[in-house]
Design a protein around this ligand. Structure first.
Ligand SMILES: [Mg+2]
Length: 177
């Protein structure tokens, strides 16, 4: 798939920590401080449990036409093992995404359409596309709501691409003669 074909699809980035991976469960205590010491221990990222319902959510996204799913994760420079551990984790739990990982220092650099992330304070205002907030304290309802939004956005993007291809004026619905 070349660049222009890829840009016709809805590019969706899924965060890892507290979206696909249950970071809280890995820490093992509530009300932890920012960057808890547990995450700097070797094996922390490798052994995180998969977030409840995350595999069903991903399988659903894969079936939506016109959607391309990627992972977008920030690395931690003070825990260099996290780079390898995150890749190994994805290979084990979401193998189809292993060669679709955007490992970044700042999610504001991403150029896709949708970012699904729990950290709205850091990324909502700098992500250039549509930010969808994932509430990791209520994964089931949050995944359902986000899946619905992504499906609608993908459908609308496809309709708009078709209208543009057919030369239909942006002021018409595409159903008018
Ligand atoms: Mg996160």
């Amino acid at each position: 798939m070349n660049y222009s074909e890829r840009k016709k699809k809805l590019e969706v980035y899924l965060d890892m920590d507290n979206v696909l991976a249950d970071f809280d469960a890995g820490v093992g205590r509530k009300d932890y401080e920012w960057n808890p010491p547990e995450m700097f221990k070797r094996g922390f990222f490798l052994n995180l449990p998969v977030m409840a319902y995350a595999k069903v959510f991903y399988a659903y996204l894969e079936r939506i036409p016109n959607v391309e799913v990627y992972i977008a994760t920030k690395y931690t420079a003070h825990a260099p093992d996290c780079l390898t551990e995150k890749l190994l984790w994805v290979q084990e739990h979401f193998p189809k995404l292993a060669d679709r990982m955007m490992v970044v220092c700042d999610k504001g650099h991403l150029n896709g359409d949708v970012l699904v992330d729990d950290d709205h304070e850091r990324w909502q205002h700098c992500f250039r596309g549509t930010f969808m907030h994932f509430d990791h304290t209520n994964p089931k309802d949050s995944f359902i709501a986000i899946a619905h939004q992504i499906k609608c956005q993908a459908q609308l993007k496809e309709d708009l691409e078709k209208a543009e291809y057919l030369g239909i004026s942006p002021h018409m619905s595409g159903e008018e003669k």
